[in-house]
Ligand binder design. Structure first.
Ligand code: ADP
Ligand code: MG
Length: 376
């Protein structure tokens, strides 16, 4: 656990970067600091490992006052990842990763073995070990940065906009892999970003900071979307809030039974089961493959149903998944019926947009019924 207790940072020029910040970053969880540029995110993060000293207040790490721990000792238990990875340009990838273990006097051979394991863990091929940072893409360099921070196996990780400098596709991959890695490692992580979408995706809890280093709200992502504490948070969280909140509502929408036809059958088979021109095609294992339009001009009854004839436009929803996914499956389906599958990708049934919206409306009505008349 990391605890900020009334922490203020005033720089010598009078700038108050962080103003009486109090919050707890629980052990084993990801706490995200998010806010506009200059709101004190980096300053807050760097006060944890004493790269910056607070002007007043205390930062606790478990039951230790970090102000009373020698910075070098403190940092041994804290991994630190920054934008552009901050790698040593004249050291190989392997040497970059084993920097800290080497400084700590760890056995070289053991450190190398662990570095190679870490490279695999963060999705880097072993052949990169002997390369130099400039020979890697931005995304690969960030992976090295994460591997290096993990090398000494610190219980705490501080991450300052680690994925901000890479393109959106790579960022998405890095985020996914970061979440997978964290589900295995369970580190105590403080993660800084200016991107509210990233905050909502990665945070177990999110601290929204306003300029002047003022904590505007500390909440779970779902709560942030559904109950922004004030106009600043509401504005910062931004558009599509109601829609994005559906991404946190897992629910089961009653399913319709969907007639199907198998790949390899004929269009005549499909016409027999078609209700409105669209037929769902499955494989022999009952996994949905796509939709067939039986009224397509160039097919006749003897045309065999091959993958090339299928419309793959619809996204799949998983049973018990989020309402956002289920709604998207319905909206994106060429037939207007969203396909719902189980964990093994077997067909369970379909839902229409109206089915999902009815479920959303019922849940919203139930929530309004328990909302206190005056918010305190
Ligand atoms: P963020 O990471 O949220 O963009 P920072 O923590 O870097 O914000 O900065 C917070 C505020 O403190 C900004 O107004 C910034 O200009 C100011 N600041 C940061 N470092 C210093 C410094 N060394 N001296 C004076 N002001 C600083
Ligand atoms: Mg910053």
């Amino acid at each position: 656990m990391i605890k900020f207790d009334d922490v203020t940072k005033k720089y010598p020029d009078g700038t108050v970067a962080v103003d009486t910040l109090s919050l707890v970053a629980p052990s084993g969880q990801i706490t995200v600091f998010v806010g506009p540029s200059g709101c004190g995110k980096t300053t807050s993060l760097r006060m944890i490992n004493r790269m910056i000293e607070p002007s007043s207040g205390t930062i606790w790490m478990d039951d230790q006052d970090t102000g009373k721990v020698a910075p070098a000792t403190l940092r041994r238990g804290i991994g630190y990842v920054i934008q552009h990875a901050g790698l040593f340009p004249h050291r190989t990838i392997l040497d970059n990763i084993i920097t800290v273990p080497s400084l700590l006097g760890q056995d070289k051979k053991k450190a190398r073995t662990r570095a190679m394991e870490l490279m695999e863990r963060v999705g880097l091929e072993a052949r990169f070990a002997g390369r130099y940072p400039a020979q890697l893409s931005g995304g690969q360099q960030q992976r090295v940065g994460v591997a290096r921070a993990l090398a000494a196996d610190p219980p705490v990780m501080l991450m300052d906009e680690p994925f901000s400098a890479v393109d959106p596709v790579v960022r998405e991959q890095l985020q996914q892999e970061f979440l997978r890695l964290q589900s295995e490692l369970g580190k105590t992580i403080v993660f800084v970003t200016h991107d509210i979408d990233e905050a909502i995706k990665l945070g177990d809890q999110v601290a929204v900071l306003n300029v002047g280093g003022i904590l505007a709200q500390l909440a779970s992502p779902a709560e942030l979307l559904s109950r922004p504490a004030n106009a600043f948070v509401a504005g910062f969280v931004g558009r599509d809030r109601g829609y994005r909140a559906l991404g946190f509502e897992t629910d089961t929408v009653p399913l319709r039974t969907e007639p199907t036809v198998a790949l390899g059958g004929t269009v005549a088979d499909a016409v027999r089961v078609a209700e409105d021109g669209w037929v769902l095609v499955v494989d022999t294992g009952n996994s949905p493959q796509g939709w067939l339009n039986v009224n397509h001009g160039s097919y006749d009854g003897t045309t065999l149903i091959a993958p090339a004839l299928l419309n793959l436009g619809g996204t799949l929803a998983t049973e018990g998944g989020t309402l956002r996914n289920t709604l998207d499956a319905a909206l994106s389906s060429p037939s207007g019926r969203g396909v719902v599958v189980d964990d093994a990708s077997k067909l369970l049934g379909t839902v229409t947009t109206a089915d999902v919206v009815a479920r959303i409306e019922a849940k919203a009505a139930a929530a309004r019924a328990v909302e206190p008349a005056v918010r305190g």
